[in-house]
Design a protein around this ligand. Structure first.
Ligand SMILES: [Zn+2]
Length: 285
């Protein structure tokens, strides 16, 4: 039996199954402090005899297997979690190796195997929600550099001097275009902003600017955009319009509707991807 755990900043999704597409049980627990969060996680998994477990975690997290700090949260991206070793927290109770990667990398893996990225060897999975993050697959494999990618922190032009919600940057993608950034700017949650709200065009432009960086740097076959903010479906066409305008046909974008797409696995890209990672038994498939 395979286990999967998707650790997010607000909640953790946990699942067990015979295969990534055959989930037998699942639950969601809130992400609070590390000790009580892992108590709930172990509670769920303790009822099952697992053979392997894959974890997609928020970061920044050390993924270099040779490092003594492999699996450790590097920054205070969530209060109280800096220095927490996710692998160790699992291993305290589980007696087999776990595979771990970032939440967006495993979501990309899920979409590559079973979703919108099927048959696309080079793809980017983006989430625009409580934060912005992106995972890259090259030749069907998750790409790691010396550290994992942090697409959400691409610098952004900010001529209107919008306030940033990023703890470390005044003008980054996450700081200006994530859900909390919209909430700060317009005084309401993105889910409460009606389609005609004047903020959406600005938001689509900011998202498009980051997408342009991705196209310029990676030229992926697919850019799969998920996350809470993207539940506003009208954003997809607005983003595509801005991408076409900004890129100005410098290289051909043959079919924008084929390039920028919604996740096919909906909210399950991450948990399914975690189980694929667990099934592979390797953090670097
Ligand atoms: Zn930032």
């Amino acid at each position: 039996m395979i286990g999967g755990a998707e650790l997010g900043g607000t909640k953790c999704v946990l699942a067990v199954g015979n295969s990534p597409l055959e989930i037998l049980d699942r639950c969601t627990v809130p992400t609070s402090d590390p000790v009580s969060t892992f108590e709930k996680i172990h509670n769920f998994f303790s009822s099952y005899q697992l053979d392997s477990l894959g974890v997609g975690s928020f970061g920044p997290i050390i993924l270099d297997r040779k490092s003594v700090d492999y699996g450790m949260i590097y920054s205070e991206s969530k209060k109280g979690w800096k220095g927490i070793n996710i692998c160790q927290m699992f291993k305290d109770k589980l007696k087999f190796d776990i595979a771990i990667d970032t939440d967006v990398n495993v979501a990309g893996l899920g979409e590559f195997q079973y979703g919108a990225g099927k048959y696309s060897n080079n793809l980017v999975y983006l989430t625009i929600g409580t934060g912005i993050g992106g995972g890259l697959l090259v030749n069907g494999k998750i790409h790691h550099g010396i550290f994992h990618l942090e697409m959400g922190h691409i610098p952004m032009p900010n001529p209107e001097s919008f306030d940033s919600v990023c703890r470390v940057h005044d003008n980054c993608w996450d700081g200006l275009a994530s859900g909390p950034a919209l909430e700060l700017r317009y005084g309401m949650a993105p889910s409460d902003m009606v389609e005609s709200h004047m903020g959406w065009d600005e938001e689509a432009k900011l998202i498009a600017l980051g997408v342009i960086s991705i196209i310029a740097n990676h030229s992926p076959e697919k850019i799969i955009i998920g996350g809470g903010v993207m539940r506003q479906k009208h954003l997809y066409s607005k983003i595509k319009k801005h991408v076409l305008n900004l890129w100005n046909d410098y290289t051909p974008i043959i079919n924008i509707d084929d390039l920028i797409v919604e996740p096919k696995l909906g909210n399950d890209s991450g948990i399914i991807g975690s189980m694929i990672l667990g099934n592979s038994g390797s953090a670097s498939i």
